[in-house]
Design a protein around this ligand. Structure first.
Ligand SMILES: NC(=O)C1=CN([C@@H]2O[C@H](COP(=O)(O)OP(=O)(O)OC[C@H]3O[C@@H](n4cnc5c(N)ncnc54)[C@H](OP(=O)(O)O)[C@@H]3O)[C@@H](O)[C@H]2O)C=CC1
Ligand SMILES: O=C(CO)COP(=O)(O)O
Length: 323
């Protein structure tokens, strides 16, 4: 496991609890030392003890030769991680566990991997799951999306009695579902924080989902993928649970609080990345009113009242119209 934050630690605990010898690598030697000593990640998953089969290290050369590597760093840190450790990572199967779009390039995690390490085999692991739930061994279902011929072997390797992996051969759709639902969750949080009510949240979730499907299909995804765990499933979880950092972030913005950017809130950069990529890529020209509003509010180009007014004054249309 590369990345010892909440999600990397949770997946490592889950796999090791299933009897798999698992190596959890993090970049901060002092932090890794403390985790190895306490047998828990006190900073991000306090109280959830490491099984004996879980080894913690800050030495990336300890990764065994043929190991499958899960990459659990934020999307905006993925390229730097790949570049820094390319001499180790290039010969392994890489499973991206991040949810987002890279700012500047508009690329999805597997596209970033292909850009840095063109010949590497890769997959995306995504879907509705909170790190705490996975680490506690609660039942969870995720999507493992890949074009790789060894997909079934990977599915078996990474599934546990509590963590069920469903296979998909649509990595684009799975990645876009995971990335876009974070943006909609910020919008849902803003609505809740601003006191617009649960009905407004349901409207945003539904129209946000329409937006997700529209953009994903345009980017080459299969429409059905968005109706699965990685799209609809994760949208529901993230927009309705206060465990979600994206929802909490949006709620704080909606209540007018000043928000610190220290936590991983993937929807922020993803909203900007998508809207900025629309300016440069004509093929992506589509109507994304909710993503556009989230990006504009977070950049303080619009205040909340203007954003809400702009969404509510859009022309009336048929529900199933494409835009
Ligand atoms: N938490 C969750 O419930 C879930 C998270 N995810 C996804 O997993 C991804 C990671 O999120 P999460 O684990 O929660 O985030 P955290 O903020 O908990 O952890 C991020 C981790 O990435 C590390 N990191 C950041 N930059 C780099 C870098 N350049 N090189 C090496 N390591 C780096 C951090 O190290 P350091 O501590 O040294 O800064 C930290 O260990 C995100 O894309 C998220 O959407 C998916 C499903 C559930
Ligand atoms: O991706 C997640 C749930 O599936 C985690 O959501 P947050 O990043 O908003 O906490």
């Amino acid at each position: 496991m590369v990345g010892a934050g909440a999600f990397g630690t949770a997946l490592a605990i889950s796999l090791a609890s299933n009897g798999q010898p698992t190596l959890l690598w993090g970049r901060d030697a002092a932090q890794m030392g403390a985790m190895a000593k306490a047998r828990q990640n006190a900073q991000r998953l306090a109280g959830l003890r490491f099984p004996e089969t879980l080894e913690v290290t800050a030495d990336i050369t300890k990764i065994p030769l043929k190991a499958v590597i899960l990459l659990a760093v934020p999307t905006q840190a993925l390229r730097a991680t790949l570049i820094q450790h390319r001499h180790i990572l290039h010969s392994h199967m890489l499973i991206a566990c991040c949810k987002g779009v890279e700012r500047g390039s508009g690329l999805l995690p597997l596209e970033v991997i292909a850009d840095v390490l063109p010949s590497v085999r890769s997959a995306i692991l995504t879907g509705p799951s909170f790190a705490n739930d996975i680490a506690a061994g609660l039942p969870t279902a995720l999507t493992l999306a890949t074009k790789d011929v060894d997909a079934k072997t990977l599915q078996t390797l990474l599934s546990t009695p509590a963590l069920r992996l469903y296979l998909s051969d649509d990595p684009i759709g799975a990645q876009l579902g995971g990335a876009l639902k974070n943006v909609v969750a910020i919008a849902a949080g803003i609505a809740i924080g601003a006191g617009l009510g649960d009905s407004a949240r349901a409207a945003l979730m539904t129209r946000g989902f329409a937006e997700m499907v529209r953009f994903a299909v345009l980017r080459g995804a299969a429409r059905d993928t968005l109706f699965g765990l990685s799209g609809f499933g994760d949208l529901v979880l993230t927009c309705t649970s206060t465990q979600s950092r994206n929802l909490r972030y949006g709620t704080a913005i909606g209540t007018g609080q000043t928000v610190s950017e220290t936590a991983t809130v993937e929807g922020v950069m993803t909203a900007h990345a998508i809207i900025e990529s629309l300016l440069t890529n004509e093929n992506d020209a589509t109507d994304l009113p909710i993503t556009r509003m989230v990006s504009a509010v977070l950049k303080e180009e619009l205040n909340m009242a203007q954003a809400i007014e702009s969404l509510l004054s859009r022309p009336l249309r048929r529900e199933t119209d494409l835009a």
